[in-house]
Design a protein around this ligand. Structure first.
Ligand SMILES: Cc1cc2nc3c(=O)[nH]c(=O)nc-3n(C[C@H](O)[C@H](O)[C@H](O)COP(=O)(O)O)c2cc1C
Length: 197
């Protein structure tokens, strides 16, 4: 199913076509595509180039490892994410090497995810990011060292069948995508004064 952004001005095809589905096909993500996703994230910019992002990769054909990663999602997300062929658990290093706090660790990790999302769309893949994760479980299961925090998870794969979802999940899948107007996010001169563009 396609749910392109209805934009007032044209944007890149990959940005237009990206959306966050819950109906994944169980078709595996080719290794080469997975490597492309990892490279795309790797080349994101970051504050002082410290690259605070870290990813735990779990593919469905990894068996137990996939189930372990899946169990780190909240139940509501497990329900649909279990069908995706690839899960990522995302963490960030919260300090610089000198021990000082890196206030941009989450920002930069999000930016790496944005890179990965665009690359995924270019490869015909879909990605659904999730805040609904069990943070302590990830820390314990994977032995995150001090100074690292869990950020989010993502389910990645090809689109499946919309009708494989029912109830509320189906409703959310077919719901139109919406965004605030540009005038509510872009200001000039003063707060809340829409940018005159
Ligand atoms: C950081 C982040 C956390 C999210 N957490 C969840 C989540 O736990 N469960 C879920 O179903 N969707 C989650 N989403 C998906 C958002 O609801 C979705 O991106 C948003 O509604 C916009 O829809 P679109 O991505 O299709 O444009 C999350 C997205 C992001 C970026």
């Amino acid at each position: 199913m396609k749910k392109p952004a209805i934009s007032d001005t044209p944007i890149l095809d990959q940005l237009r076509d990206r959306w966050s589905p819950r109906a994944f096909s169980n078709r595996p993500v080719p290794l080469e595509s997975l490597r492309s996703l990892m490279e795309a994230a790797r080349w994101a910019p970051s504050c002082f180039n410290v690259q605070p992002w870290r990813f735990i990769v779990a593919t469905r054909d990894g068996g137990d490892e996939f189930q372990t990663a899946l169990s780190c999602l909240v139940e509501g997300n497990q329900k649909w994410a279990q069908h995706a062929p690839l899960l990522l658990l995302v963490a960030a290093q919260m300090n610089f090497d000198d021990g000082k706090k890196n206030p941009h660790a989450f920002y930069d990790t999000g930016q790496a995810m944005a890179h990965l999302s665009v690359q995924a769309t270019a490869l015909g893949l879909f990605i659904h990011q999730m805040a609904g994760i069990v943070h302590d479980k990830i820390v314990q299961t994977y032995g995150l060292p001090d100074g690292f925090e869990t950020v989010c998870a993502a389910a990645i794969g090809y689109y499946g069948e919309t009708d494989s979802l029912d109830g509320k999940l189906h409703d959310m899948e077919v719901a139109p995508r919406a965004r605030r107007a540009l005038s509510e996010s872009f200001f000039s001169g003063a707060w809340d004064r829409p940018a005159a563009v």
